[in-house]
Design a protein around this ligand. Structure first.
Ligand code: 5GP
Length: 193
């Protein structure tokens, strides 16, 4: 998506090896006009598949999940919570996840009642890197006996394996912007046209 690519090139920072910071428009300050258009783009790509729920993970996926859900006639957004003792228990679906950015393992969970059996779920997140967060959400969808209609991310880091893993496993993946490299603190994109 051209506008997102321009924002990544203009405002993206590479503070450390392999990490892209987009705090100016997506992760701290939110460019609501841009995030609205991103949600519309995702909605128009997936609308034929009639998702009934958007699933994301707190906190950085929530903004894009909401604009996507609004563009899909206001379907609900469910965000997986990152674990604390409070977020565990029999009434929750749980999945183990390794965080790439924080280099820690955590559990994500969703209250069972919010993922009713048979729902068609669209996963939305800000970044796709090694694919661990998405795999955790796929596990929750599986535990809930729901069906995943696809995955949409704002930014796929193409030099990490998450995107290829999903495509090879037949999952419909929409990446609005694909990063080719962050070497030498420079952002290089795969051009989409
Ligand atoms: P994965 O689980 O695919 O390895 O990483 C995806 C998750 O880690 C996303 O939910 C995102 O919040 C975070 N993440 C991974 N790489 C980056 C990055 O380069 N920049 C930022 N801001 N977040 C990232």
């Amino acid at each position: 998506m051209k506008e997102l690519e321009q924002a990544v090139l203009r405002f993206g920072k590479v503070p450390s090896d392999g990490i892209l910071k987009v705090d100016m428009f997506l992760n701290h300050r939110l460019d609501t006009g841009l995030i609205k258009k991103m949600g519309q783009e995702i909605a128009s790509y997936f609308k034929e598949k009639k998702p009934s729920i958007i699933l994301t993970v707190e906190a950085s996926g929530i903004a894009l999940a909401i604009t996507t859900a609004m563009a899909l006639n206001d379907i609900p957004v469910v965000f997986a919570k990152k674990s604390s003792a409070l977020n565990q228990g029999l009434n929750r679906y749980m999945a183990d996840v390794h965080s790439f950015t924080k280099n820690i393992d955590y559990k994500m969970s969703v209250e069972k009642a919010y993922l009713p059996k048979g729902s068609s779920v669209l996963i939305v997140d800000d970044f796709l890197a090694n694919g661990e967060a998405v795999k955790g959400m796929l596990k929750l969808i599986d535990l809930a006996d729901c069906n995943c209609v696809g995955v949409a991310v704002a930014i796929e880091k193409g030099f990490q394996p998450g995107g290829d893993y999903l495509r090879q496993n037949g999952i419909d993946l929409l990446s609005l912007c694909r990063v080719k490299s962050l070497e030498n603190n420079k952002v290089e994109l795969y051009s989409q046209d």
